[in-house]
Design a protein around this ligand. Structure first.
Ligand code: SF4
Length: 436
């Protein structure tokens, strides 16, 4: 039996990690821009607890690395660091166990790959979920806005790039995959009605993050909803306000707590006046067509798992296997898969109606109890009789063909019913979703 005793009892010290097998060099000393190298070192490199080794953060805009770059990076990692690559919650990469003498070479190689951006954990190290680029739940474009804000910060606020107490995070909807509620200044996708038109908007949230002294975490406060195109102006306003009014030694977390959300609402309110709307404000960041509301099934951590959909997917798969076996003239196998497809589809329907079910026979009985008379299914035989024919039917062409037809028709009815319900539910939630 497995030993379930924890290797490190709670409260005990975790032993230091053994030094992994490492590349030994020697590393060339390439010609590099020393100022840029030192800036990168001060923001992206830290001394590990293990004496003589350094950890290096790679600041990756939106966490995107092209396949060729990733392959080249793997080669550099093998030449300079421990054989692991860690991905951080800020969409960056962490390399470990690098010797001091390998740092110039590593920097040189990362520069060639476009992965040597300084400013890890700075205000310009923005986290953003994919938003409407690929997520069907996205309401607005978070990546386009992140790129716009990053460019503004690099161009207009270079003196803030070393500041590590302001973090910007963006989500394309309220689900918070971009962690906006943990941001000093966060944004989540929303919309504003303008007559019959809709403007892409962002809900501004302020004051989330970690107090590095006490270790206490804070969730940001909702402040105001603004058209997406006005977020750069809102950010400039917030940063000027912070620079002009913060007290000596006060970081953004403390500053936002001192001022409170009404204060921020008041300074952003003039930006939210939608009496005058520019044509461009109907276009989301990076989009060349006007904004239209639409949501579907999302792709990410913030999306609830559609368990019924997954079960019905299994039923469809079993039906396909039944058809394949039928084509291959393996009658018994085709019959068995057709049976399984019907039971799984019935299970999906029961779960969709909140009827708990477990064994095959339980599913068959429950379906019969709850839906035998449902006109939606118009079954020619009682469900149990229909499904359990496979016990008595001969495993030959005739029975396999009839049984497969029965299964196809039943699974088809379930899928159709589920789809109709989904469309109805979507209509009901759509309005409240966009109001968030
Ligand atoms: S569901 Fe998650 S990934 Fe999709 S838009 Fe919303 S926050 Fe972003």
């Amino acid at each position: 039996m497995k030993n379930l005793k924890p290797s490190h009892p709670i409260g005990s010290e975790v032993p230091a990690e053994a030094t992994p097998t490492l590349p030994q060099g020697p590393w060339q000393t390439p010609a590099i821009d020393n100022d840029a190298f030192n800036q990168w070192k001060s923001s992206n490199v830290f001394a590990q607890k293990q004496s003589g080794f350094y950890g290096v953060y790679l600041k990756i805009h939106l966490g995107d690395v092209a396949p060729d770059t990733a392959r080249a990076l793997a080669k550099v990692v093998r030449e300079t660091a421990a054989d692991d690559i860690r991905f951080t919650a800020e969409q960056n990469i962490l390399l470990r166990f690098i010797k001091a003498e390998a740092l110039p070479y590593l920097y040189h190689e990362l520069t060639k790959l476009g992965l040597a951006d300084a400013g890890h954990d700075s205000i310009a190290d923005i986290t953003a979920c994919p938003g409407t680029d690929t997520c069907a739940l996205g309401v607005t474009n978070s990546t386009g806005l992140a790129t716009e804000l990053k460019d503004i910060l690099n161009k207009e606020y270079p003196h803030l790039l070393a500041v590590k107490d302001v973090h910007i995070k963006i989500s394309g909807c309220m689900n918070s995959c971009g962690q906006h509620m943990a941001a000093s200044i966060g944004f989540h996708g929303s919309s504003i009605k303008q007559g019959i038109k809709v403007i892409p908007a962002m809900q501004v949230v302020i004051g989330g993050g970690l107090d590095l002294v006490t270790g206490q975490g804070f969730v940001a406060d909702k402040v105001i909803k603004l058209p997406s195109r006005r977020i750069p102006e809102a950010l400039r306003t917030l940063l000027s306000d912070y620079q002009n009014n913060k007290q000596e030694g006060e970081n953004y977390l403390k500053y936002s707590q001192r001022q409170g959300k009404i204060y921020f609402y008041n300074i952003l309110k003039p930006i939210g006046d939608t009496d005058q709307i520019n044509e461009v404000e109907f276009f989301d960041w990076g989009q060349d067509s006007q904004y239209i509301q639409s949501i579907g099934v999302g792709e990410c951590a913030g999306v609830s798992y559609d368990m019924v959909g997954a079960i019905l997917g299994d039923a469809i798969e079993k039906l396909a296997e039944a058809k394949t076996s039928f084509k291959e003239e393996i009658w018994s196998e085709s019959i068995y898969h057709a049976y399984t497809a019907m039971v799984i589809a019935a299970k999906g329907w029961l779960l969709a109606k909140d009827v708990k079910c477990n064994t095959h026979i339980g599913i068959i009985e429950d379906f019969e109890t709850h839906f035998a008379k449902d006109p939606e299914f118009a079954l020619v035989l009682p469900f149990s009789e229909m499904v359990l024919q496979m016990r008595d039917g001969e495993p030959d062409l005739k029975f396999a063909e009839e049984y497969l037809e029965t299964a196809s028709s039943f699974v088809g009815q379930i899928i159709k019913g589920r789809k109709a319900e989904g469309e109805l539910a979507e209509k009901m939630v759509l309005d409240s979703y966009y109001k968030a």
